[in-house]
Each structure stands twice: as C-alpha cells, then as structure tokens.
Design a binder for this molecule. Structure first.
Ligand SMILES: Nc1ncnc2c1ncn2[C@@H]1O[C@H](COP(=O)(O)OP(=O)(O)OP(=O)(O)O)[C@@H](O)[C@H]1O
Length: 707
C-alpha cells in the first residue's frame, strides 16, 4: 500500500484557503487515499522541472501538487494552489535528497537560473567573491551540490546570499550561511548536524530514496499513518506544531528517558512550550504502555503534572495538551494545573481550613500597620518577607541578620534588620490568626508539608515558563515528585525573566547538569522582528537556571516579513490616536481583532490605550479574552502571541519604569538587575508579534531603543 506524506508548506497554504476549497481538498484526499493505486488520479504536467511532479484535481480552479517517485510507493503532497500557480510550481521547482545530510530539499531552479545569469557579468569583473576561500570539495562535504555551487561561486556578499534564501534548498542555504559567518567546514558540519534526526554516511544516502529523506526531515514533511490521522491534521491546520516537530524539538521531547531532571531552554518563540507539551504526551504514552496508571499520591491524582506559574498560561497549556492528546486514553493521565492551585489544595488538606487570599489593598493595610515603627513601607516589608525570608526559608532572627539580600535594594544595618524581623513576625502572626495567606507563602508551606511527610503527588512533573518561579515554588516542584529518572522536565528562557526570582536550580535540589538542551529556531516571529527586538536585551551577560551563562547564539527565524515600525509623537493623545489608526489599518487588512495585541509598561497606560481605541469604536478586551483587540501590560503578555502587536509608551518615562527601579546610588547591583528586567520585559512584549510589530513613544525615546 503506497504511503501518503504531507509537506508543512501544504498545511500552511491549506490553512489560508477558503472553507469551500478546504472541503474540496478533504474530499479529494479522502478519495485519493482510498484508491491511490499507482497514482491513478494523478496527472503528469506537460512542462515540469522535475519529472516526478504530478497534480491532483481538487476543484475546477485548484490543484494539488504531488511528488510521486517512480516506484509508486509514496506520494508527497507539497501544495494546493490555484490552477495556474500549481503548474507554474511544477515548472520551476525540483526536489532532491541532500547529499551530505540525507534530508529532503526543494529548490526554485528556474529562478536560480535567472539569478545566476544576472550575477554572471558582475561576478566576472569582481576582485573578490563570498566563497573564494572555500574549496569545491569542502562545499560538497556540506551538501552543496554541483548545481548550487555554480551559482554560489558568483555571489559577491552575504546580502546576495540572503536574497537567494527562498530559492535555495534550505539545508544548503544553512550550510552557506554558516560558512559565510566565518565557520570552518568542521564547525559548520557540527552545527548543522545538531539538527539531524540521524547522521548518515554520505555513501549510504540514496539520491532517489525520497521516503528515507522524508523520515530524516520531520520539520518539513511527515507520513500520514491512516485516514483518521489525515483528517485530524486537516482539522487543525493552524497547529502545525502537533505534526511537524523540528528534529531538535523531537529529540528532546521523545528521548526515551532522562536520568534525572532535564531542561529545555531557548529564545522566545523557539517552541519550548511545544516541546514541553510533546514531552508530556510522550511520558503519558509511556505510563499508559507500562500499565501503571495510578498516581503515587493515593488520592487518585493522575501521575503526570503539566504546570506553570499563572492561571492564563495554564489555560493555554491545557488547550495544547488537549489538541495533541485530547482524544487519547493517555490524556487522562495528565493533570494541568498551576502551582498556586496545587499549593492551595495541599495547605487546605493539611490545615483543614480554606486558606484565604486577601486582596492587595487589604494585605497592604495589614502590613502598613506593622511597618509604621520601622521607617519602611508595608510594601517593602512584604517584599522583604517574600523575596528574602521565604525565598531562603529563614526561620530565626539570627539567620536573617546574616542573610544575603540578593536582588534587593539598599544595605540594611543590624538595627534595621531587627526592626524588620519583628514587624514581619507581627504581620505574619496576624495573617495566620486570620487564616490569610499569600501565594508565595502557600507554596512554601505546601513544599514543607509534602517534604516532611515524604508525600509525592506525581510521578513526572513538566514545568513551563520556569524562569520566573519563586524559590518557594521550586521547592514545591521538587517536593511533588520523588527524585529519579524523568522526575522533572523544565522549560524556560532566562532572557525573558521579568520578576525578581533569580534561582539557582542546584540550590533547590534540582540538578540538570548534562541534561540541558537548547532550541534556537524561532517559529513565531519573522527574522525582521527578531533582529529588531534582540538588541533590546542589551549586552550584559545572562545567568541561566543551571548557573551557567546563557547566550542567544544562533537564535534566528526562517520566516520573513515587514520591518518593525517605530514612531515618535509629541503628545500622548497623538500617540494613542495613531495607535487607533494602526489598529484600523490592520483590521482593514483582514487581521481579526483578537489577533491584535497592545502592550504598555503600566496598567494606567494600558487603560488609556484601550480607552483611546474605544473612542474610535474599536472593541477592546483583556489579554485572556477574545472579544476585541486585546490590551494589557507587558507583564501579562508573557507566553501569549498575536499576529500583530503594538507596544505603546516605549519612552524614557516608561522604559525603564523608574518607580520600580532600586536607585543606582542606593545599590548599583540591584539597580542593574532591575534595568535588565525592564529590558527583558520590552523584549517579551515585542516578541509576541508573529507578522507585524509597531512600537510608539511620546517625547524622548526609551534608551533601550538606541542601537
Ligand atoms: N515545530 C513547529 N512547527 C510549527 N510551529 C511551531 C513549531 N514549534 C513551535 N511552533 C510555533 O511557534 C510558536 C512559539 O512556540 P512556543 O510557544 O512553544 O515557543 P516558546 O519557546 O515557549 O515561546 P516563549 O518563550 O516566547 O513563550 C507557536 O505559535 C508554536 O505553535
């Protein structure tokens, strides 16, 4: 029985088709897969660059483009296009198997010929060309075939290489970019082979074996196992991540087992969440296959927890695991809950009372009352308690007097510390008497209860957005599972740290050494958006969760689009009126209102922006809703994504936001950390954009914008 494979490019085009045409595609594919003996329904185009192209009738106006190697064992659907475009596609393109890496590749041969002819006269007169220093045999070693070599030999510089990207086979373009960036052949090989599912000796690569090449290229094409899977993929065309994993994501998510806690890091949009969700599905399948499905808590909890630190994000995780495994038996083995909820439940069971979580105002009144005599504010005392005392589990005044106050401003002498300790005791006693808690305190208590009882609620825990977990939440995570193989799978990006918690995993008993992996292909934003946003992060070294320096080397996107727009205004009114113009223009281009996100540094400015949109009759809503343009603070943009993102107030007044910085003369180290957090925040907001990013400011621009 011949096999049907789908190319990722097909799925993205399919997603953009009208419903009527999509239905016709479904019907044509069903019919085709029922009866595709020797490709009976396929038509051979008259003028094809590659003799293996066939087309499949979808409707009168649309045709599918199918690659059908001679033996009839396999059909790869690469595109569904309007009639004429489908024939043009076959006329221009050729498929091949990369001779160094064995992966499937496509090239726009007709366009390459045209570009080659145009380059020749300039190249002949030029003194130096981009790849003069690389021998033919070295190009061949990296899979650059004779045809591509003829053209790349003519290239004068990297700009021309960039321009060839859409025409060249992707693997060959990547190899050329590596060489052009100054890598040796060996370095380029090492870098590129990281992305292989398997390494094959060039002598074992059969240039005609497309089936083997597809298996080595899961990010571009996959085999469909049967009609149900086909229908499932077609039902979710926007969720390509379910089917087309990048080999690096696949290797990390589907590794049989890790000897202990494992971690995946990577810049914004590199698919850490996607990898964590696939890992969860893999663990669930393993538990299911082992037949040991009961959780370890004795309370009937499922054995696997998929978690993160906020409610909005845990809803997004639940939606993703439902999409990936919703229909399977394994789904019920996974509990998706944020850590606050788990802590609340543990403390409730332990104390037999419902922990109350007072509103901020009520809490501040209580703490202000105890702060009066100390000379500090209630807010300062509460933060000191959560970020120093609870973070380090300090239980005596003596310990607090000696404690390091990492990331906290101002040096405190002994007298101050004694006064603070006594006020904290007073405030926490009062809270206890009233049955009141904070989330951090709940996590700390729940961790202590579970550790004391040696009670583990889960067998595997998968944590997303881990860079912002408070140490108390890390202790809870640690206490939830027994130490051992595959206990923890952690996803996070230290460049997106936007809260105060800089945790060393080793200090909370989690050792990921040798089990930390990195992703660097961004699937969300275009390269134009990334190139603009990465400099927002500045140049200070960033410490990873494993205590080692984390860099964004090789972080890039294969997607291309518009350059971000930055606009200056003399007044806020004009800035927000221009925001409304921009949103109106996006909507007129067909962007749905809830695919537009607007972010501001402060809640007040976000509210002003929303009001300005509403006065122009543009419906708005919060970031977790979808009844209009979604507006919120930069902090709450974490983990979300939008087709179009506007960041307003990128000015000196808001970025960095002075009231949230420890003054430099009080504590320069804490000040520098705070400024870095503000940079990260701007980066998080800007990298939510998939297609378009618009940034505006009033008066003086933020210093983060100067580059
Ligand atoms: N292999 C893939 N194929 C197609 N799309 C993918 C793939 N991996 C990730 N994506 C898409 O890229 C986007 C970013 O993925 P994801 O949210 O997992 O990244 P992240 O690293 O967790 O991002 P952030 O740190 O910014 O929250 C999503 O739209 C996701 O569906």
């Amino acid at each position: 029985m011949p096999q049907l494979a789908l190319a990722m490019d097909f799925l993205s085009q399919y997603a953009a088709l009208e419903k009527r045409v999509r239905e016709a595609v479904n019907a044509a594919l069903r019919k085709f897969s029922d009866t595709y003996f020797a490709g009976g329904h396929l038509e051979r185009p008259h003028e094809a660059m590659d003799p293996r192209w066939r087309t499949l009738r979808i409707t009168l106006g649309y045709r599918g483009v199918v690659l059908a190697p001679g033996d009839g064992d396999m059909f790869l659907l690469v595109a569904v296009l309007p009639h004429d475009d489908a024939y043009q596609y076959c006329k221009r393109r050729r498929a091949s198997v990369n001779q160094a890496f064995g992966v499937l590749e496509f090239r726009d041969e007709a366009n390459l010929e045209t570009v080659g002819a145009a380059l020749r006269p300039t190249a002949e007169g030029a003194e130096k060309r981009l790849f003069d220093h690389v021998a033919d045999k070295h190009l061949a070693q990296l899979g650059i075939d004779a045809h591509t070599q003829r053209i790349v030999r003519l290239l004068p510089d990297e700009t021309h290489l960039d321009a060839l990207q859409p025409m060249l086979p992707a693997a060959q373009h990547n190899a050329l970019v590596a060489l052009a960036s100054g890598m040796t052949v060996e370095e380029a090989w090492a870098e590129l082979s990281k992305d292989l599912v398997e390494e094959v000796a060039p002598s074992d690569i059969d240039p005609e074996d497309l089936t083997a090449a597809i298996r080595r290229t899961p990010q571009r094409a996959v085999f469909v196992e049967g009609p149900e899977e086909l229908q499932d993929i077609l039902d979710h065309p926007f969720d390509a991540w379910r089917t087309f994993l990048h080999p690096r994501q696949k290797r990390i998510a589907y590794k049989e087992g890790y000897g202990g806690p494992a971690m995946v890091t990577g810049g914004a949009g590199t698919g850490k969440t996607v990898t964590a969700v696939h890992r969860t599905a893999h663990l669930a399948a393993r538990v299911h296959a082992s037949g040991q499905e009961a959780g370890d808590s004795g309370t009937g909890e499922p054995p696997i927890l998929l978690t993160t630190f906020t409610k909005t994000l845990d809803a997004a995780l639940r939606a993703q695991i439902d999409l990936l495994a919703g229909a399977s038996e394994e789904r019920r083995l996974v509990d998706v809950r944020n850590l606050d909820k788990i802590a609340h439940q543990v403390v409730r069971e332990e104390t037999g009372a419902m922990p109350a979580l007072p509103r901020t105002r009520e809490l501040m009144d209580l703490w202000d009352g105890f702060a009066e005599e100390t000379g500090f504010s209630g807010r300062f005392l509460l933060d000191e308690w959560e970020h120093v005392i609870l973070a380090q589990e300090l239980t005596t005044e003596k310990e607090y007097l000696k404690a390091r106050r990492r990331g906290r401003g101002g040096r405190l002498g002994e007298g101050h510390r004694k006064a603070i300790w006594s006020a904290v005791l007073g405030a926490t006693d009062r809270m206890r008497a009233q049955g009141q808690w904070t989330f951090t305190q709940l996590a700390s208590e729940a961790a202590a209860v579970l550790a004391r009882k040696g009670r583990h609620l889960y067998r595997h825990v998968v944590v997303d957005e881990s860079q912002d977990l408070h140490p108390a939440k890390w202790r809870l995570v640690r206490a939830l599972v027994p130490e051992g193989p595959d206990d923890l799978f952690i996803a996070g990006d230290p460049h997106q740290r936007i809260y105060d918690h800089r945790v060393s995993l080793a200090a909370v008993g989690i050792n990921v050494r040798g089990r930390s992996r990195k992703l660097n292909v961004n699937y969300r934003s275009t390269q134009e958006i990334l190139s603009w946003a990465v400099p927002l992060l500045g140049t200070s070294p960033v410490e990873g969760l494993d205590g080692l320096q984390d860099r964004l080397d090789g972080y890039s996107s294969p997607l291309h689009g518009r350059t971000p727009v930055v606009q200056a205004f003399p007044s806020r009114d004009e800035e927000l009126s221009a925001l409304a113009d921009r949103v109106t223009a996006w909507t007129a281009e067909g962007v749905e209102a809830d695919a537009i996100g607007v972010a501001a540094r402060t809640d007040a400015l976000a509210r002003e922006a929303a009001a300005a949109l509403r006065t122009r009759s543009i419906a708005t809503c919060g970031l977790a809703e979808n009844s209009g343009v979604r507006v919120g603070t930069m902090h709450s943009m974490k983990g979300l994504e939008f087709r179009c993102t506007a960041v307003v107030g990128a000015d000196a007044e808001h970025l960095p936001y002075e009231p949230h910085l420890v003054p430099a003369d009080e504590d320069p180290v804490a000040h520098a950390h705070d400024v870095q957090k503000e940079r990260n925040l701007a980066f998080v907001a800007c990298t939510r954009a998939r297609d378009s990013l618009y940034v505006s400011y009033t008066g003086e621009p933020s210093r983060f914008l100067s580059r």
